[in-house]
Write a protein that binds this ligand. Structure first.
Ligand code: CS2
Ligand code: MG
Length: 415
């Protein structure tokens, strides 16, 4: 079964997506997500100009060999663009193999290890009353675990907080709320200001209030979004211990994996890291020194199902669990792949689930379901996602960037 063609589909139903569709000489098709938020066209070109020409004529069944061919053969290994391109090819080939085998992909990955994937949703508010309303809204929608993000006194807008002030005209003429899409349409990134000391004074008071209002059981997550130094991260982890977080995410940038030793020394708050990681090597010391508890890589940014399953296998040696990144900039193809892998692996922890817009679902037809606070794969063969070309063609790419953050003195900081 040879690869006959591969198309790079760039569309913007609600937000920008890059999708790869591989077709074999006997008519099987497979989809893969290659969306890197704010850098979409770089992956589209990498695929179009450098990968697609190499795929034509290859044996579509040789998934592992094709992975190694694209990884080692690139010579310039790793990095978000290369690994997203490889991820799209890998996912599409797994989709095809499951269709040939006439089974849902999770069956090919070892079958069910659980009935569904517990997910968490994004509640947020500039102030406590808005936050409480947002938490209740998510509970009414069926979410049983909640990520909490709030405003910081003195800062007009910060990461993860939905507020009408941030509403911008989206690709579809619909107003997009901040928590639905962090990338903002426009020719340049929006600049936000940040003040770590104000945040550290404020965040424990928020979790105290949330626990008082919603009780001790509700699993609560928080994303520090790469903004703290190791010792600041250690302090926040310690200050939040009384509120028994499910996890504290991206508490400090982890390019230097050893930075997490400082955090671990001072707090038992569980740590989740990895949404900006691209390979198993980014986790090596974090696993071997037991410095994190949850792996955040999505299939789209870590080189596909083949690579992420290897990362989870390695993590399982250290009892580290999955906590896959699932924002709206991971397309329904990337999310469906995460659901199939998540239902099969032994060390599943939790899955992030930001719902895609109706416009997105007009283009990406999916068969997964959200029930009882869990995501469940459908029984369609393969990934269970179809791409509607006609609907997709109606949504041209529109430039959009993630914000940048500057400290109050103007210094560049991590957004
Ligand atoms: C975030 C994302 O969901 C998360 O945990 O860190 O919202 C992230 O900011 C975006 O995916 C970036 O594209
Ligand atoms: Mg995050």
């Amino acid at each position: 079964m040879k690869i006959e063609s591969a198309e790079v589909l760039v569309s913007s139903p609600g937000r920008n997506f890059v999708t790869l569709r591989i077709t074999t000489d006997d008519g099987y098709t497979g989809l893969g997500d290659a969306t890197v938020n704010g850098r979409e066209l770089a992956v589209a070109s990498y695929l179009e100009d450098h990968v697609v020409p190499l795929l034509i004529g290859l044996d579509a069944h040789r998934i592992e060999d094709t992975w190694q061919y694209l990884y080692r053969g690139a010579y310039w290994r790793r990095g978000p663009i290369t690994m997203a391109a490889i991820a799209a090819v890998d996912t599409a080939l797994w989709d095809i193999k499951a269709k040939v085998a006439k089974m849902p992909l999770y069956q090919l990955l070892g079958g069910r290890s659980r009935e569904g994937l517990l997910v968490y949703g994004h509640a947020s508010g500039a102030e406590l009353p808005e936050l409480f309303d947002s938490i209740r809204e998510h509970q009414e929608e069926g979410y049983r675990a909640i990520r909490v993000q709030t405003g910081v006194p003195g800062l007009p807008s910060v990461y993860g907080v939905a507020s009408s002030a941030n509403a911008q005209q989206g690709g579809m003429g619909v107003t997009t709320r901040y928590d639905h899409e962090p990338a903002r349409p426009g020719e340049r990134p929006v600049e936000e200001s940040w003040d770590t000391r104000a945040y550290i004074r404020h965040i424990p008071t928020v979790f105290e209030a949330v626990r008082n209002e919603f009780g001790p059981e509700l699993p609560l997550l928080h994303d520090a979004h790469h903004r703290l130094t190791p010792i600041e991260a250690a302090k926040v982890g310690k200050l939040l211990e009384p509120y028994d977080l499910f996890w504290l995410e991206d508490v400090t940038p982890a390019e230097n994996q050893a930075a997490l030793r400082r955090v671990r020394e001072h707090t038992t708050t569980p740590l989740a890291i990895g949404e900006v990681f691209n390979t198993i090597y980014d986790y090596k010391d974090l696993f071997e020194e037991q410095l994190i508890d949850y792996v955040r890589s999505p299939i789209t940014h870590a080189g596909g199902i083949t690579a992420l399953r290897r990362i989870f296998d390695y993590a399982s040696v250290y009892q580290i669990k999955s906590g896959v990144h699932g924002p709206t900039d991971v397309s329904p193809v990337g999310l469906a792949a995460a659901i199939h892998l998540g239902i099969a692996i032994p060390n599943f922890g939790i899955q992030e689930y930001m719902k895609h817009s109706a416009a997105t679902h007009e283009v990406f037809r999916t068969d997964f379901a959200f029930e009882d606070g869990m995501l469940k794969p459908g029984e369609a063969v393969g990934l269970g996602v179809e791409y509607d070309d006609e609907a997709g063609a109606g949504h041209a790419y529109s430039p959009a960037y993630l914000p940048v953050a500057r400290l109050l003195d103007g210094s560049m900081h991590n957004w």
